[in-house]
Design a protein around this ligand. Structure first.
Ligand code: AMP
Length: 211
């Protein structure tokens, strides 16, 4: 069985957290394009140098760069049983390109709905592990409970950038909900409330699609 899912929702809607849980549940990789880009920046690779300024400002990396990055990633061995994409596609053009790359298409889009005010509060108060990318609310300890790495506030989680990222989301990414609705792929979930509760709702909803 192969499971190919896309996570959709504004920044801060819990895509990374829910994607990691779903990935564990199905035994498939959760692929975060944001994590891939941040890693490239940390390594100082050619790609990293090219995208660093774009990430800091909360803008979008050009579609062609993203499509080749994802095309290469999903062709790897560990994606043979499927994958969960977090942060890609982010534009309708990326979604069209993904269809060309994946002949069978995806199984479903997990769309997490969270009120705008809650998203702003979550992002402006969130800390991320420098080593493994796990995220925490600001009041937690300064060390990652998963791997012991340092927690830091992402440049693009500063309040001014958060509002900009939300505008970018609304303009470029939110139209994807309509795009995938016409393909009857969207499964919509209430993303507010405790992580475990959201995870239960998502797992039950997706099990119905995959079965
Ligand atoms: P994320 O961790 O998903 O919030 O992504 C962090 C940043 O990486 C975004 O604000 C963009 O600058 C960039 N990024 C990640 N995925 C994409 C994508 N599919 N297309 C364009 N830019 C992206």
């Amino acid at each position: 069985m192969s499971v190919k899912l896309i996570l959709l929702g504004p920044p801060g809607s819990g895509k990374g957290t829910q994607g990691a849980l779903l990935g564990k549940f199905y035994g498939i990789p959760e692929i975060s394009t944001g994590d891939m880009l941040r890693q490239a920046v940390a390594e100082g690779s050619e790609l990293g140098k090219r995208v660093q300024g774009i990430l800091t400002k909360g803008q979008l990396v050009p579609d062609d760069v993203m499509v080749s990055l994802v095309e290469e990633r999903v062709s790897r061995e560990d994606c043979a049983q499927g994958f969960i994409l977090d942060g890609f596609p982010r534009t309708v053009d990326q979604a069209r390109a993904l269809e060309r790359v994946l002949p069978g298409g995806i199984d479903a889009v997990v769309y997490l709905r969270v009120p705008r005010e809650e998203v702003i509060a979550r992002l402006a108060g969130r800390l991320t592990c420098r080593r493994c990318g796990a995220v925490y609310a600001k009041t937690d300890s300064s060390l990652c409970q998963v791997c012991g790495g340092d927690l830091y506030q992402r440049d693009d989680d500063l309040r001014s950038t958060v509002e900009h990222r939300l505008r970018v989301y609304e303009e470029h990414t939110a139209p994807l909900v309509g795009y995938y609705r016409t393909l009857d792929k969207v499964r919509e979930f209430d993303g507010s409330g405790p992580v475990e509760e959201v995870a239960r709702r998502v797992e039950a909803g997706i099990a119905r699609v995959i079965a």
